[in-house]
Write a protein that binds this ligand. Structure first.
Ligand code: UFG
Length: 337
């Protein structure tokens, strides 16, 4: 059974391709390398001993996509390809709406043409917006506070509307919490362009000496230590969640929505301390102003994925801190030599 992964060379796509391969699926990868590196493909080959079919191109290019569907008998798509930097989405909203929304429509149009009606979509806890209270359940109303978040809300809506128009479709919306960690080999991991926006790659780049110190954005939130609390999840657990969600997607029709989180919240300073203790490396930090748009606390109610998919996160904070550091320390410049 062949599964097409858009954004297959990215952080979550690359880890998911390994778990799908282990589960017996044939994987076909598409990526335009706008936020990933061709070196990922060599690393995947080292890990799995296999060369996955790969096509370089954009999901905005329908002829390119048609070509991929004509070369392979695709049974389902896992759609990762999207821009994801919140700050950049505020300064370049049209770039985000075009790439994420037009790209998704282009993909869905080609899927429809080719009669492929199974899709698992990379959504985000960002769709819970500012006003819902954690633990977050899938039935809460969605909203957003920035263009990136709105693209996720809209892409979810588009997918649900496609199902409403044709009951043969099977759509699974996976709402990720905060993916961190890396494959245990240390060969693949998160390699952001430029200065990282997210906490974990910032911490590892301070630890490896590329950045001087971490800025902790606010210590006056209503949380145990005043810093923001999030639900960090190991990327390999997240990848396994995709494998189980795909199996379920292939067995049914309609829309299913699942949180992929651990259900545990850790603060910024919890992460800094856990990282230092696990890896015996110092992470100097300074307290700064709150970052606009941040909320105090965000963690999942992860019970629905457990009940319906039989999925729970297996890895703990120690694993996340160890594997994040293994990746960064073995690859101080990410995939660049
Ligand atoms: N933080 C810092 N310093 C930094 C970076 C982050 O203190 O340099 C803090 C933030 O204020 C927040 C926590 O670390 O309290 C986590 O921040 P991240 O940027 O790593 O993650 P967010 O929770 O803000 O956002 C992430 C993804 C979004 C996604 C969202 C879903 O980046 O794409 O989770 O909740 F939408």
């Amino acid at each position: 059974m062949a599964i097409l992964l858009t954004g297959g060379a990215g952080f979550i796509g690359s880890h998911t391709s390994i778990e799908l391969n282990k589960a017996g699926y044939e994987v076909v990868l598409v990526d335009d390398f706008s936020n990933s590196s061709p070196e990922v493909l060599n690393r995947l080959e080292s890990i799995t001993g296999q060369k996955f079919p790969f096509y370089e191109g954009s999901i905005l290019d329908k002829d390119f996509l048609r070509g991929v569907f004509e070369k392979h008998q695709i049974d389902a798509v896992i759609h990762f390809a999207a821009f994801k930097a919140v700050g950049e989405s505020v300064s370049e909203p049209l770039k985000y709406y075009h790439n994420n929304i037009t790209g998704t429509i282009s993909l869905l149009e080609v899927m429809k043409e080719k009669g492929v009606k199974n899709i698992v979509f990379s959504s985000s806890a960002t769709v819970y917006g500012m006003n819902n209270v954690s633990p977050l359940t899938e039935d809460l109303p969605t909203s957003a506070t920035n263009p990136y978040g709105y693209t996720k809300v809209m892409m979810e809506q588009i997918l649900m509307d496609v199902v409403a128009s044709d009951p043969e479709w099977s759509v699974t919306l996976l709402r990720y919490f905060n993916p961190i960690g890396a494959h245990e080999s240390g060969l693949i991991g998160e390699a952001p362009n430029g200065i990282p926006n997210n906490l974990m790659p910032y911490i590892t780049q301070v630890a490896v000496g590329k950045l001087a110190e971490l800025s902790v954005f606010g210590d006056d939130y209503d949380t145990p230590d005043g810093t923001g609390v999030r639900d960090y999840i190991h990327v390999v657990d997240l990848a396994n969640g995709h494998s189980l969600a795909l199996k379920h997607n292939l067995e049914q029709v309609g829309t299913q929505i699942f949180n992929l989180g651990t259900g545990n919240g850790y603060s910024v300073l919890d992460l800094v301390k856990a990282f230092e203790a696990e890896n015996q490396v110092a992470v100097p930090y300074v307290i700064k102003e709150r970052r606009p748009g941040d909320i105090a606390t965000c963690y999942a109610d992860a019970s629905k994925a457990k009940e319906i998919l039989g999925w729970t996160a297996q890895k703990d904070l120690h694993d996340m801190m160890r594997d994040s550091w293994k990746w960064q320390s073995q690859n101080p410049n990410g995939y660049d030599a």
